[in-house]
Design a protein around this ligand. Structure first.
Ligand SMILES: Nc1ncnc2c1ncn2[C@@H]1O[C@H](COP(=O)(O)OP(=O)(O)OP(=O)(O)O)[C@@H](O)[C@H]1O
Length: 287
């Protein structure tokens, strides 16, 4: 399975260039698309999901011309958007059944079987009679995945699914994503670096509508080996360090900033070499 994105550009009517000659090649498994707010992730996700047209470029998936054969894409696509809107006050089971009809699953017995299977898969079977508008954020997202999985899609797009979830729900949701990603292309768009680290075998970092970095997370981390230096400083020293070093991350640790700088040679001055992580990759790319 292969999704190929070639030279995709999009400028909105207000003049914002959201996608700028973007190229990516995405195979089976979980692909993480990381970028800060406004990077162009949702614009790219909506374009692949055929909800908006780019100004230029080509997208193909297993021989389907995605931008031209929209009906064919609908048959193989599962899309979990960032915003759902409002749910009608009917049970989860009825709602899923309704969407299954819309998806073209007309045989009642096949539909019933699929609805039950999906409710079980997303661990909502016991809640199937409750109305979705009473669900917690995590339950709503799991229900969204059940909707996206209707009709056995081969290409699944999930846009910032764990924003706002508590750690337990986020973990449950990520386990679910990891289960469904076998033999499918799953694109996870997010600004949460840890989600990509936990789940994805391939990734890209985008900003200003362009791909900055693309590869396996472990390879991208290895490229920074020996170049990340850490030091605990005081808050007052922060501006001075920002001016003197290529500072890529700063976390508070026991109330004091713990900074990471990117540098080939040892900066001395109390810095210690540390093993790079994906957050170092992310911030060194977008800075
Ligand atoms: N319909 C639109 N009309 C005009 N500008 C838009 C539209 N949609 C997005 N933009 C702008 O395009 C840029 C990319 O937005 P996009 O939503 O694709 O980014 P994102 O990476 O998904 O960000 P976020 O994480 O905040 O959702 C932003 O500057 C945004 O304000």
């Amino acid at each position: 399975m292969q999704l190929t994105i070639k030279n995709i550009s999009k400028t909105y009517p207000n003049g914002v260039k959201a996608l700028n000659n973007l190229n990516l090649s995405i195979g089976s498994g979980m692909f993480g698309l990381l970028g800060p707010n406004g990077a162009g992730k949702s614009s790219l996700m909506r374009t692949i999901a055929t909800l908006q047209d780019p100004d230029e470029g080509i997208i193909s998936f297993n021989g389907i011309d995605v931008l031209k054969e929209k009906d064919a894409v609908k048959n193989i696509l599962g899309y979990l958007p960032q915003e759902f809107g409002v749910y009608p006050r009917i049970s989860a089971q009825e709602l899923l059944n309704h969407f299954a009809v819309l998806k073209g699953i007309h045989a009642a017995s096949e539909r019933k079987e699929m609805v039950q299977f999906l409710l079980n898969q997303v661990n909502l079977f016991k809640d199937r009679k409750k109305s979705v508008h009473t669900f917690s954020g995590g339950m709503k997202q799991r229900f969204g995945i059940a909707l996206a999985l209707l009709g056995k899609p081969e290409l699944i797009i999930v846009d910032e699914p764990t924003a706002g979830l508590d750690p337990a729900e986020r973990n449950r949701f990520n386990n679910l994503l990891s289960e469904i990603s076998e033999d499918k292309v799953v694109i996870l768009s997010t600004h949460i670096v840890d989600d990509v680290k936990d789940l994805c075998n391939d990734m890209a970092i985008i900003n200003n509508g362009e791909v900055l970095v693309n590869g396996r997370p472990s390879d991208l981390i290895t490229e920074l080996n020996g170049k990340i230096w850490e030091k605990r400083i005081s808050k007052q020293e922060m501006e001075e360090y920002k001016a003197s070093y290529q500072l890529i991350t700063s976390h508070l640790n026991e109330g004091k900033p713990l900074i990471h700088v990117l540098q080939e040679e040892n900066p001395h001055n109390g810095f210690e070499k540390v093993n790079p992580d994906l957050e170092d990759v992310y911030f060194s790319a977008i800075k």
